[in-house]
Design a protein around this ligand. Structure first.
Ligand code: PEP
Length: 255
């Protein structure tokens, strides 16, 4: 059985003080028994990683912190970048790679997403590889083929044990931050296709272990219908992770 994962992507929101307040508010109303049934991760901006984790550690709450991006090189002349080792030293256990905002606004390619994913695995952290089609692809092409090609590229060159440690987040670009969610059926169809691809490349045992998340305007009103889908193992959440009440409600719905 796969344990669901609720991951909050704060994007470029909340400075250190605001992030600490949100972390404390999450702790204040958290039912610790939820963590028997659901994993919880928050991904603040990089400067907030260590301060937010300190709040969770102080409260003895096993909420993990993850980064929103990473560079694949271990060190060097890469102004503005952070390495896997640096993120791990801040207490990070997971890293989002290939978010559509990184792909579309910063030109991140499938090859770079693969380099990042492999570096994250080599560091012993969990990569959350984001894939998803634009509206143009959904309406004019074969979205399943497009997304599976992204998954294939992201997972290139890794072995079965490494593949089993990956999380894949299906996030249709047209649903991110738009208030427009994929229907549970659309999300399930794509997540099932992703799992089938993983089974084909790495075997059915690995496919049974890999967590496939849905992301795209997930909120308290739609989480119940999404999480009951057999191939949806949780959610990557943007807007609704910025308020403790809505983030907690999503965790509770999956616990
Ligand atoms: C995201 O940032 O990955 C995301 C899904 O955002 P939102 O939930 O706001 O659509």
């Amino acid at each position: 059985m796969r344990i669901p994962l609720i991951a909050g992507n704060w994007k470029m929101n909340l400075g250190i003080a605001e992030g600490v307040v949100l972390s404390q508010n999450i702790c204040n109303n958290f039912d610790k028994s939820w963590l028997d049934r659901v994993d919880v991760l928050v991904c603040p901006p990089a400067i907030g990683l260590r301060p937010c984790l300190t709040v969770f550690e102080f409260e003895r709450l096993k909420v993990q912190v993850g980064a929103q991006n990473v560079h694949w090189q271990p060190q060097g002349a890469y102004t503005g970048e952070l390495s896997c080792d640096m993120l791990a030293s801040a207490g990070c256990t997971a890293v989002i790679v290939g978010h559509s905002e990184r792909r579309n606004l910063f030109g991140e390619t499938n090859e770079q997403v693969n380099l990042k994913l492999r570096a994250v695995l080599a560091q012993g952290m969990t990569p959350i590889a984001c894939v998803g089609e634009s509206l143009a692809v959904r309406e004019g092409h074969d979205p399943v083929e497009y997304v599976c090609a992204q998954v294939d590229a992201a997972l290139a060159g890794i072995d079965e044990a490494e593949a089993a440690r990956c999380v894949i987040a299906y996030e249709p670009v047209w649903a991110i931050g738009t208030g427009r969610t994929a229907t549970p059926e659309q999300a399930q169809q794509m997540c099932a296709a992703i799992r089938a691809l993983v089974a084909d490349r790495f075997g059915s045992d690995v496919a049974e272990q890999v967590r496939v998340l849905y992301g795209g305007s997930v909120n308290v009103g739609n989480i119940d219908a999404l999480i009951v889908q057999p191939d949806i193992d949780g959610a990557l959440v943007g807007g609704a992770s910025l308020e403790a009440s809505s983030f907690l409600a999503l965790i509770k719905a999956c616990a």
